[in-house]
Design a protein around this ligand. Structure first.
Ligand code: NDP
Length: 281
């Protein structure tokens, strides 16, 4: 049976560490480190996500301002808001919820987003720095996956890593982070031929697909480590991209869903808010 890579216990340890860092930083700043989330319209998933983030940050002694524009907001209105908080010295981090409703575009957002406050690393400047192996704001979800691997002391150097999913916010940055740790990385996507065979070569298999239980036990090399980023609502609850039942008897270690990568993501966001706040001292 695979070892469970328990995101909840990693999150609990991180919470303690971040809380201990936040208090002295708040003292030096003369205010709490602060994040502004920006939502356009009423998307329910974003509203739930915003309240979870606010709760996480409050528990760490940080401030979270939940900003919301109506779905009818113009492109100029959204850009004005982003520029205002980008210039506001009491806001350290900015998290715009994506994707945005029409007529807003990703390009509009990044054109008005201060890269020094881009705590989910979506701005091309930060994504470019990650590509170049420079210090940057790493996107929170893959940062959380790397944190779990690090805390469980799982070796990456020279290992064969396969990442399934190439989104700019999860799969692609995860591949770059693994490469930076000297893994030999293959990045797969919807056009990859013979995906099960490619997955079977992996010492570390990372799933960031958005398809419930797609990766099955017979896709997995015995003894592989599995990081499952999938969060897929199903009739029986939230499921990962990995079929836990058939994979757990083959893999050496696996993140469960829920309770694996999910609990760590918001703490990576909080860590980036602290990093942004420190840069303002
Ligand atoms: P996207 O939809 O942006 O990307 C999905 C990727 O999977 C694409 O690259 C796509 O390929 C690839 N893909 C889709 N179908 C297949 C297939 N049949 N075979 C191989 N590859 C396929 O999703 P995200 O990256 O945003 O999210 C991925 C998962 O992670 C989702 O379940 C999401 O809910 C979850 N997530 C989890 C978070 C966490 O904190 N744990 C946070 C954010 C997301 P192509 O590029 O060719 O279309």
């Amino acid at each position: 049976m695979a070892t469970l890579l328990d995101g909840k216990s990693v999150a609990a340890a991180l919470r303690e560490e971040l809380r201990a860092e936040t208090a002295p930083l708040a003292e030096m700043l003369g205010r709490k480190p602060a994040l502004a989330t920006v939502q356009v319209g009423e998307d329910e998933a974003s509203t739930v996500y915003a309240s979870r983030i606010a709760k996480t940050l409050a528990g760490l002694g940080m401030e979270c301002r939940t900003l919301q524009l109506p779905a009818t907001a113009t492109r100029d209105e959204l850009q004005d808001l982003l520029r205002t908080i980008g210039d506001d010295p009491s806001t350290d981090g900015i998290l715009p919820f994506l994707p945005l409703p029409d007529p807003h575009t990703f390009e509009d957002v990044v054109a008005a987003l201060n890269p020094g406050k881009d705590v989910d690393g979506i701005h091309p400047e930060n994504a470019g720095r990650l590509y170049l192996g420079q210090e940057t704001f790493v996107p929170n979800t893959p940062a959380g996956g790397m944190e779990i691997l690090r805390r469980y002391d799982l070796p990456l150097r020279g290992r064969r890593a396969v990442v399934v999913g190439r989104s700019n916010i999860v799969g692609k940055p995860m591949a770059l982070l693994l490469l930076a740790e000297h893994a030999t990385v293959t990045l797969c996507h919807s056009r990859t031929e013979n995906l099960p065979a490619v997955c079977r070569e992996a010492d570390l298999l990372v799933a960031a697909v958005g398809r419930a239980r797609m990766i099955r036990g017979d896709w997995v090399k015995p003894g592989a480590v599995i990081i499952d980023f999938g969060i897929n609502p199903t009739e029986t609850g939230i499921a990962g991209d990995v079929d836990f039942e058939s994979v757990e008897s083959v893999a050496a270690a696996i993140t469960p869903v829920p309770g694996g990568t999910g609990p760590v993501t918001n703490l990576m966001l909080a860590r980036n808010v602290l990093k942004a706040a420190k840069s303002r001292l």
